[in-house]
Write a protein that binds this ligand. Structure first.
Ligand code: UFG
Length: 342
């Protein structure tokens, strides 16, 4: 029997956060060598389970250089970012700092070290308000908030770095996959990790907190949208399917795939009221709802054209089921107080 060659290391920035930790879990389950870099500003030490964790900032180039060297890293999965749209409007420099400048510093360390593969957490927010509510990867990018712009600039930076490195700037070519996430929600099925933050603002998370008794109502932001029931429509995606897309992107890059930018969504949408109805079905009791005005910066409808990722990466989502998504979010939320995440 021939021995399997030892794989190179994978650096996961933001691996103690929500989506990062689900991806770390899947990578480790299939035997990948992972090291997590996270400043624990919003992530949790416990979320990495027993994966190696370095606590620090992606913009600390000396620290990143050491981690890349010591763990023999050839691939970076870059999740670390600030991600609240309303906060980005209030504090844009935090977003250009953490997201854009932070990634610039990380890329400098990556090119110096010869990292050759990079998977980037981008966002559907790069599209802004897409025509007809649906966006394919070719749709014009017209972000309407600093969060979306901070991520779009990073996509441009990745393309420029790849062009420069493959044109023989001296550094090894750095190929990338940029994944534009739609609305991620839910938690993995074993109850070990899930979503947690002190300032929950995503719809499914907020509704799960309400069911678990942490808040007395759920606000509906806008009931006068030009949608079938007047509330905003989004493409909700189970976090385990999203995590899996990163493993598929990694495999694609390892096969020599060219740099690409792909939507990650199921390609169909649900309104706020439909999501809340699913939460009521899952919890078995009515929610206390308060109808209010639209939230600034929200597009009426944002749904993915989702065929490219299936074709290019071979991504096969397994959990395209709103009831399952909200049930897993509620189960996790009920469990969270007993887990003692700090
Ligand atoms: N909503 C409510 N009540 C709440 C929370 C949300 O009615 O308590 C509504 C929002 O107004 C929106 C929908 O539910 O219409 C979804 O809102 P989320 O906050 O869950 O998610 P967003 O669509 O605003 O944000 C997501 C990602 C962002 C990304 C954005 C792109 O989380 O990272 O999509 O539009 F930028």
């Amino acid at each position: 029997m021939t021995a399997t060659p030892q794989r190179k290391g994978i650096l996961v920035t933001g691996g103690a956060g929500y989506i990062g930790s689900h991806t770390v879990l899947q990578l480790r389950e299939r035997g990948e060598r992972v090291v997590v870099l996270d400043d624990l500003s919003t992530g949790f030490r416990q979320a990495v389970l027993d994966a190696p964790l370095v606590v620090g900032d992606v913009a600390d180039t000396a620290l990143v250089a050491r981690v890349l060297r010591e763990h023999d890293v050839d691939t970076v999965l870059h999740f670390a970012a600030a991600l609240s749209v309303p906060e980005s409007v209030r504090d844009p420099l935090k977003y250009y700092g953490n997201n854009t400048a932070g990634t610039r510093a990380l890329l400098a360390a990556c090119t110096a070290h010869g990292v050759s593969q990079f998977v980037f957490s981008s966002t559907a927010a790069v599209y802004g308000i897409p025509d007809g509510g649906r966006a394919s990867e070719e749709h014009p990018t017209r972000p309407i908030n600093p969060y979306g712009r901070s991520k779009l600039v990073t996509e441009w930076m990745l393309r420029d770095v790849e062009a420069a490195t493959s044109a023989g700037s001296g550094a090894a070519a750095l190929r990338h996959v940029a994944l534009r996430y739609f609305n991620v929600a839910g938690a993995e099925g074993t109850g070990r990790i899930g979503q947690s933050r002190r300032d929950a603002f995503h719809l499914v998370h907020v509704a799960a907190e309400h069911v678990a008794g942490k808040r007395d109502h759920v606000a509906i932001f806008g009931t006068d949208y030009p949608t079938p029931d007047g509330t905003a429509v989004r493409d909700y995606l189970h976090v385990e399917d999203l995590a899996r897309a990163h493993l598929d992107a990694l495999d694609y890059l390892r096969r020599g795939g060219a740099s690409t930018t792909l939507n990650v969504g199921y390609g169909h949408g649900y309104s706020v009221r439909e999501v809340l109805a699913a939460v009521e079905r899952a919890s078995g009791k009515p929610l206390t709802l308060r109808e209010g005005p639209r939230r600034a910066g929200d597009p009426p409808e944002l749904v993915s054209e989702a065929s490219a990722i299936r074709r290019v990466l071979g991504w096969q989502p397994q959990r395209d089921d709103l009831d399952l998504i909200v049930r897993s979010a509620i189960e996790w939320e009920r469990k969270l107080p007993g887990i003692g995440w700090r």
